[in-house]
Design a protein around this ligand. Sequence first.
Ligand SMILES: *Cc1c(COP(=O)(O)O)cnc(C)c1O
Length: 394
Amino acid sequence: MIISEDKKYVMNTYSRFPITLVQGKGTKVWDENGKEYLDFVAGIAVNVLGHSHPVIVEAVKSQVDKLVHVSNLYWNGNQVQLAKMICEKSFGKSAFFCNSGTEANEAAIKLARKYGNTKYNGRRYKIITAKNSFHGRTYGALTATAQPKYHKNFEPLLEGFESVEYNDINSLKSAVDKNTCAVMLEVIQGEGGINEAKNEYLQQVRKLCDENDLLLIFDEVQTGIGRTGKLFAYEHSGVVPDVMTLAKALGGGFPIGVLVVNEKADVFTPGDHGSTFGGNPLACAVGMAVMKNVAQESFLNMVKENGEFFKNQLLAMKEKHSIIDKVKGKGLMIGVKLDIEDGSDIVKKAMEKGLLINLLNHNVLRFVPPLIITKEEIAKGMNILEEVFLEMGY
Ligand SMILES: *Cc1c(COP(=O)(O)O)cnc(C)c1O
């Protein structure tokens, strides 16, 4: 019934798995038939505190009772408090709130152009991004996304973008010209297959940006808010950007996005940008609840430790199953590159056995479970995956 009516009334933009999820608690979700699944997708790296966490439930309930939305025409205490929390825990001087990752990146793109155009007489508007990146689906972010499959049939794209090889400083150097205003990168490419930037590369990028007065933008929409075992993934390298975008995990499942800038990049003035819903009291109350929990040292250490445990389990499995080509990623953002062209049957079989995982680029399994996952749950998920490998003869 749900599936047939979905096909009738909902636009066909996703090829969905044939289950309808109706409930969740912690790292588990249940479908309409009561079947239980271990959730290693977490709403695509979103539900950091798992499903239905008491602090999120409480934040939503108490704020809904008070005030949901007032627009940005008036001051809003929750917005100020969340901005302060994010800035104090990062390099940020100030923050702009919106509702999603792509919106945060649109804001970053506009900001970078304003920086370049006002400082250099309208001459600097070009933004350089990396091949295989993913920055979102609206036109600016889509153009920044340097993967042809997302562009097909949607041309013409925005002017003033160029893409270069990731982890290749010479490729970037040769793309910088008199029109360039910014470089935009993911610290670990998420949708592109869990590809990590090398520390040395990020250091070289930072230096190049400094020498040419380019803004360095890190898209931490997927890596931010504890996912990699640090609150922000840039902290692993010590390379600090001028601009950072966040979304996915920040609301723990509630839609919110944010653009964070340093002093130099703090160039927006009234009228430059806006959002009707952005930073509403409800979204910010939930964001604060997530930050209060995830930003704690002990929480982040647990993510790091459990991430290492997870990776070690996979590396041990790699010894026995040649289908595992490579284990990649940091913290609880893990990818397994498979030694076959198409891993979709593995994902399907894992789902039948009660484990939700997903696939990137046809042959990278992605594991981005709730950050509250325990070692027992990781081991349980890995047992299911191994069963799948065995049954399929891998
Ligand atoms: C998911 C993602 C986006 C887009 O976020 P939406 O909320 O879907 O618009 C942008 N950048 C990165 C790195 C992402 O992983």
